[in-house]
Ligand binder design. Structure first.
Ligand code: ASN
Ligand code: ZN
Length: 325
């Protein structure tokens, strides 16, 4: 038996064919997404109003400002990472212009995604240098934007630590891809330049808790790698919303072990599994726990590579290493 194609299906095909013909006749390439970006200087004021435009994607040449150059480089690498690997067009997947504001405030020790754009401080110059100096930090902040439009994980407790961990995971993958580093070549450090001193980084995904040791101002990196070290802090701003930047060490370590056991370039398989989880709106809820993430990534690895595959085993081994049940 057969069934007549509905008008709707028929016209859909026709218009696609017509479009292709029209494009060929007009010699116009079919429209492909392109990166849209603007870079501003806050001129060391604690506000984005009155900021000066240093560069946009239509500017003929790069600015001289070092921080502007850094954010253009890492921001472009981030856009390409998400587009070339996953077909994602910018943070919102709708071509949002990536707006990056450098020189925010004086001696400002942070970088953040404010819900719409990127903000970078210059650092105090003693403990922290400029927050534009690490590709992984820029990838981390832009990924907070991606998470906001996808799983939208609540920024507290375990879902908040997962939100933080997704930012570290894609931050490190963006750096690895831009620098062509495989799982063995990468040092798996987040913020190795922004935290001044050669022996210090903000965090280590390979060995959470060793980003810095005996730092004169910061002491020891407090991140746990496994569930038995889970940090219980109050769900308040001074408690880091239940330790979101502490407990992210646990899913970070699970990802590191999974990716390392798969070998090669971590963005190709482990990154694909984690991206599929992040964008799975039905299965990754806003209040997801580490256990939910364990179940989901094992399921996705099975669907993508087979339930008996090396990849599915690597994901299981990763969560087991982090003692997440
Ligand atoms: N840099 C910090 C982060 O992205 C800023 C913050 O949101 N707490 O996690
Ligand atoms: Zn973050």
């Amino acid at each position: 038996s057969f069934r007549l194609r509905s008008d709707r299906e028929f016209f859909k095909d026709t218009s696609a064919t017509e479009q292709a013909i029209l494009c060929a006749v007009a010699k116009k390439p079919t429209k492909v997404p392109v990166l849209k970006m603007e870079v501003y200087s806050c001129n060391r004021k604690a506000s984005t109003t009155g900021a000066t435009l240093l560069w946009s994607d239509t500017s003929p040449k790069l600015p001289t400002d070092k921080d502007a150059k850094n954010v253009i480089n890492a921001g472009s690498g981030t856009w390409k990472f998400y587009y070339e690997l996953f077909g994602r067009n910018s943070v919102d997947n709708l071509g949002l212009t990536i707006q990056q504001y450098v020189h925010y405030d004086k001696k400002y020790d942070n970088a953040f995604w404010d819900g719409r754009r990127m903000i970078f401080g210059d650092g105090d110059g003693t403990i922290f240098g400029s927050f534009t100096t690490d590709i992984d930090v820029i990838g981390h902040e832009l990924t907070h934007g991606v998470t906001q439009y996808e799983a939208n994980l609540e920024y507290h407790l375990q879902s908040g630590a997962l939100n933080e961990s997704f930012s570290d995971v894609f931050g490190i993958l963006i750096k690895q891809r831009m620098l062509n580093q495989d799982v063995k070549k990468s040092n798996w450090l987040i913020g190795e330049n922004v935290l001044l001193g050669n022996e210090y980084a903000l965090r280590s995904m390979k060995e959470p808790g060793t980003g810095y040791r005996n730092h004169p101002e910061l002491g020891d990196d407090p991140q746990p790698a496994t569930m038995d070290g889970f940090v219980k802090l109050p769900d308040t701003s001074s408690g880091d919303w239940g330790g979101v930047h502490y407990n992210s060490g646990i899913p970070n370590f699970a990802f590191y072990v999974a990716a390392f056991n798969m070998g090669g370039f971590a963005w190709e398989k482990a990154g694909k599994i984690w991206y599929t989880a992040l964008t799975d709106k039905t299965n990754l809820k806003k209040n997801a726990s580490f256990s939910d993430m364990r179940k989901l990534t094992i399921k996705i690895a099975g669907q993508l590579y087979g339930t008996k595959s090396l990849e599915a085993k690597a994901v299981t081994d990763g969560w087991n290493a982090a003692k997440v049940k």
